[in-house]
Design a protein around this ligand. Structure first.
Ligand code: FEO
Ligand code: CA
Ligand code: CA
Ligand code: CA
Length: 648
């Protein structure tokens, strides 16, 4: 989506970097070959005993050509790569079928109102706000599939839970790319926009022909920008989340800009609030120093979608400045209990949350990995205070009780998790942190105070269930002028992927060993990219390591050759002499879209992915070229024609 993530909000990035970083860069430069060699050194220097580095060393001994790859491990990428994509249709490899599913406007609730596209210049003609509340929202993003039955039945019937990140206001209201002007907005248009945001829960099942269909189910549900929610954790009821409409600071309304997601071992869904800041109109006036800094650091303002024209909740004033502080959280939703109230889990921190990947570690503790998507912001993890099952048996949420950490990546390949705990280190009253609620509402400032490493826009995280390696996509940073070890390119036009192994394989550990998995770009060393030219990609964003260790990589942003966004898979067990993994392009999106969200059924025979905002920057009529002129974000169901596992 279009956003302002590439505006630096973090003053720490303006500081000269520490001497260690400078030394690392110059040492790598001295090895010869400049940045490309530096990248190769980094990629091959994994100090940890991970699968990939061991494989790399084995390959290096018997290396023939520069791109020779190890043999012996099962080839996880058993399909023929598709070329870069252009135009208004998706591509999948030969032997696969792709089918659009639940496009924006699909009725799932209530009176099941049929989709009617907007008509220029404005409604009437399109669906109303009330219709939209009973239909799939816009801009499908992170999602998860929850089986509804054990065993084989779970591969044929489940709940698909989909984030609806944002709206293309023009298509929403007028059926064209052209945004209505601010003055034209009616109360119903604002409400329709709000109802197109949030999360959709929809039961789906395979019919007698094996085709996935929407089920008219009691589980089907829309969560929007107006759904009643509660706060839990240390910032619930805090002075910084109280407003004139909610003096208790405990009953926030709605969720917005739900980007990536997570899911828990106890069967709930986590939706993550990313670019919440832009939905507010920031009125001028005499803000306290504290609020002025919060507004600045989180970039509050912009009046996106003009909600302020008919909803005073989205107007920020010095007298009522806290509504933005009620966003930027991870929200827990129980999809199996349709009347349950979503909970904003404040212990997980407040940032432009991209996703929240949950991994169960030693001792049954849950660990949640998270990225804050803005240039020079940080990577975080939350570790529950104890065994998740025993906490839940005592009716305590593992997501309320625990410690939030921020990552520091050291030059030598080591790293540390720094605790965001009030009273520890610099997180004191003297430094503007009165209590743990302050630390959490001001998570970004706390991370800076602790000396976290500014990153190139951290997006999704994922843990390889076989090796425990943790991956994070760093989508790009065109404004970076000073390199640091995990973000070596200046500027970083194409993005990269960093990964790490927690010490002793314990995800609750406070130290780790990291390396760079791949530097994206046109390939063969251009702009420092480590990929082969046939695997060219840029702006990695969506990420998922499947049960076989395939690393699915999805893109959102500039692609080499100005191609459409795409999804590729990497095999971390098959690396070349430089330690760079084998990669194959699997899917390409359509004009003006990003590719985001990926999950399979438990048997890995049905894959769900999303094409978000087709036509955002050009002509598109995807997916129903014949039916409607209006492009519609949609899920895409991908199956292998021989019924095999996707990717095999
Ligand atoms: Fe919603 Fe950072 O992508
Ligand atoms: Ca997006
Ligand atoms: Ca994203
Ligand atoms: Ca993105």
């Amino acid at each position: 989506m279009l956003d302002n993530d590439d505006i630096a909000r973090n003053p720490a990035a303006d500081r000269p970097f520490n001497d260690i970083v400078e030394a690392r860069i110059s040492r790598r430069s001295a090895m010869g070959g400049g940045l490309a060699a530096a990248a190769a050194f980094l990629a091959g220097s994994a100090a940890f005993g991970g699968v990939a580095s061991a494989d790399m060393r084995k390959t290096a001994r018997g290396a023939g050509g520069r791109h020779s790859r190890g043999r012996g491990s099962r080839d996880l990428l058993g399909y023929n790569a598709v070329p870069l994509g252009y135009g208004d249709d998706v591509q999948v490899p030969d032997g696969y079928t792709a089918r659009p599913f639940i496009p924006w406007g699909t009725p799932i609730l209530g009176s099941y109102p049929a989709f009617v596209p907007g008509t220029p210049p404005l409604v009437p003609g399109g669906n109303t706000a009330a219709d939209q509340a009973q239909q799939i929202g816009m801009d499908h993003d992170g999602m998860h599939y929850f089986p509804l039955e054990r065993g084989q039945g779970g591969n044929e019937r489940g709940l698909l839970v989909v984030n609806q990140e944002a709206t293309s206001e023009g298509y929403l209201h007028t059926g064209t790319l052209t945004d209505p002007n601010r003055g034209a907005y009616t109360a119903d248009m604002v409400l329709k926009s709000q109802n197109a945001h949030g999360v959709s829960v929809v039961e789906i099942a395979r019919d007698d022909n094996g085709e996935w269909q929407v089920v008219r189910s009691r589980y089907n549900r829309r969560i929007t920008a107006n759904t009643p929610m509660t706060f839990s954790g240390p910032a619930a009821g805090h002075r910084l989340v109280r407003t004139s409409a909610d003096a208790t600071g405990t009953t926030p309304l709605g969720t917005v800009n739900n980007c990536a997601h997570g899911y828990t071992p106890w069967g709930t869904y986590l939706t993550c609030e990313e670019n919440f800041n832009g939905y507010f109109r920031l009125d001028p006036g005499a803000y306290s120093d504290e609020h002025a800094e919060l507004n600045r650091r989180y970039g509050v303002g912009g009046d996106r979608n003009h909600w302020s024209t008919h909803d005073g909740r989205f107007v920020v004033t010095p007298a009522n400045p806290n509504e933005p502080n009620r966003f930027g959280w991870v929200v827990e939703i129980d999809p199996f209990t349709p009347d349950s109230t979503p909970v904003k889990r404040t212990a997980l921190g407040r940032m432009k949350h991209e996703g929240a990947f949950v991994h169960t570690s030693k001792g049954g503790r849950v660990v949640v990995y998270m990225g804050d998507d803005q240039v020079n912001e940080y990577v975080y993890k939350f570790v529950s205070a104890g065994n998740a099952q025993s906490l839940r048996a005592r009716r305590r949420s593992p997501l309320d009780d625990g410690t939030l950490y921020v990552a520091r990546f050291n030059e030598d390949g080591s790293g540390e998790w720094l605790p965001l705990v009030h009273g520890q280190g610099p997180l004191t009253v003297a430094n503007g942190f009165a209590d743990q609620g302050d630390v959490l509402v001001k998570t970004r400032q706390a991370g800076t105070a602790l000396g976290a490493t500014p990153m190139d826009r951290p997006e999704w995280t994922s843990v390889d269930p076989r090796t425990g390696l943790v991956y994070v996509t760093l989508t790009n940073n065109t404004s970076r002028t000073t390199p640091n070890a995990p973000n070596p390119r200046t500027p970083n036009r194409w993005g990269h992927i960093v990964r790490w192994q927690e010490r002793g394989g314990d995800h609750a550990s406070t130290s780790f060993e990291w390396d760079i998995f791949v530097l994206a770009g046109p390939g063969d060393g251009v702009d420092g990219s480590t990929v082969e030219s046939e695997d060219a990609f840029g702006s990695p964003d969506g990420l998922w390591v499947d049960p076989d260790s395939r690393v699915w990589i999805q893109t959102d942003g500039s692609q080499p050759g100005a191609a459409n966004n795409q999804m590729l898979a990497a095999n971390p067990n098959n690396t070349d002499v430089r330690g760079v993994p084998d990669i194959k392009r699997f899917f390409t999106g359509v004009t003006g879209s990003e590719v985001t969200g990926v999950i399979t059924t438990p048997d890995q025979r049905t894959m769900f992915t999303n094409v978000q905002h087709p036509g955002e920057n050009g002509e598109s009529t995807w997916p129903h070229h014949d039916d409607f002129a209006t492009p519609r974000s949609a899920t895409v169901i991908i199956t292998k024609d021989d019924g095999g596992e996707v990717g095999s």
